[in-house]
Design a binder for this molecule. Structure first.
Ligand SMILES: Nc1nc2c(ncn2[C@@H]2O[C@H](COP(=O)(O)OP(=O)(O)OP(=O)(O)O)[C@@H](O)[C@H]2O)c(=O)[nH]1
Ligand SMILES: [Zn+2]
Length: 329
């Protein structure tokens, strides 16, 4: 359920228990339990406390790179199935931020869903919905309003397993979480303003059971998460741009002024928004920087691999009737 220095709280078949982390489990993120992990523990005997034996392999891992620049990211939550990217309609939409969170979700191995919150605060929520569907490709986008009691069931229908809510402060994550839980278990902005404690008072790590099955995972660390040093997640988020880029004449096309650039052609034709390309570039720069910081060699190897694959695909296409050009490659 939660891990603090040297100690973690777990749920066992007999209820909650405290487990001591031994020295061997303090080396890296893979050896440190995090919320959502499955652990093998050595039960307490007599005066001896329960001990951590092993962390089971993680199906998914939401991570951010460590602030000290060390090469391994900090895993903020393990085994998350659904990431609800929460976007408030009460403020101007900032798509790059949404795309960053979508990339992070794909990267983790979980399935993202977008929840548009505060639909009551929008003059034209349907237009915002249509807009978001262009940003969140291949992702369910659900319009919700806690004030109007809208969208909770639709959202509950598309989330499964272990669920986390990601989004900026004030987006309505806690409010939405309470709707999914069917109880006021998370402190929302109103409460925080009333008791004067300010933001981020949800300073616990918890797994809260959802009425339809699964759990809601709420950890404070997830509230300020950024991108980790890999761009697989970006590839999923910007599948439209990446597919076009494969059609560019030059394998290392930067889609700026190059002739035969399929990306620029699509922008000129109005089938790809310019903002989308800018966002893609910005996030690529971020991951490139993160990646070069964490593992420059792996990064350049990957870049070379992608380029040569793109080149091969293009070369094959130039040869009519090429056996590699039948659509099954
Ligand atoms: N009008 C309107 N306001 C809402 C809605 N949902 C949440 N709010 C308000 O938005 C504010 C922030 O909501 P929270 O749920 O606390 O937001 P949060 O994302 O959990 O914020 P942090 O804990 O700071 O990350 C509160 O004052 C809520 O009452 C909604 O559907 N409509
Ligand atoms: Zn191009």
């Amino acid at each position: 359920m939660r891990a603090e220095r040297g100690l973690c709280e777990v749920l066992t078949e007999h209820g909650p228990a405290r487990v001591l982390l031994q020295g061997a489990h303090h080396h890296g993120p893979e050896d440190t339990p995090t919320t959502g992990d499955w652990l093998a523990i050595i039960p307490a005997t007599g005066a001896d406390p329960a001990l951590l034996d092993a962390i089971l392999p993680r199906r998914t891992a939401l991570a951010r790179s460590s602030a000290d620049g060390s090469s391994r990211g900090q895993v903020l939550a393990a085994n998350v199935d659904t990431v609800v990217v929460t976007v408030s309609l009460a403020a101007p939409l900032r798509h790059t931020r949404t795309e960053r969170l979508l990339a992070l979700a794909w990267e983790s191995g979980a399935r993202p869903v977008v929840a548009l919150t505060k639909a009551d605060a929008q003059a034209d929520p349907e237009a915002a919905l249509a807009d978001m569907r262009q940003v969140a490709l291949g992702v369910d986008v659900i319009l919700t309003s806690a004030s109007l009691d809208q969208g909770t069931e639709a959202l509950a229908a598309v989330v499964h397993g272990t669920v986390v809510l990601l989004g900026p402060s004030g987006a309505g994550k806690s409010t939405l979480g309470n709707r999914l839980l069917g109880q006021e278990l998370l402190a929302t902005g109103d409460v925080r303003e009333a008791d004067g404690k300010g933001r981020h008072t949800t300073a616990w790590r918890e797994l809260l059971p959802l009425p339809g099955g699964g759990v809601l995972l709420d950890t404070p660390g997830l509230r300020s998460i950024g991108l980790t040093g890999s761009d697989e997640g970006l590839g999923r988020t910007f599948a439209d741009v990446e597919a076009l880029a494969l059609e560019c004449r030059f394998g290392d096309c930067e889609h700026r002024t190059e002739p035969g650039c399929a990306v620029l052609d699509a922008i000129a034709a109005g089938t790809l928004g310019e903002r989308r390309l800018e966002s893609y570039r910005k996030l690529l720069r971020e991951t490139a920087w993160q990646a070069s910081r964490t593992d420059a060699k792996a990064r350049s190897a990957r870049t070379a691999r992608v380029k040569s694959t793109a080149r091969q695909i293009r070369d094959m296409k130039k040869i009519p009737g090429n056996r590699f050009n039948r659509g099954d490659q």
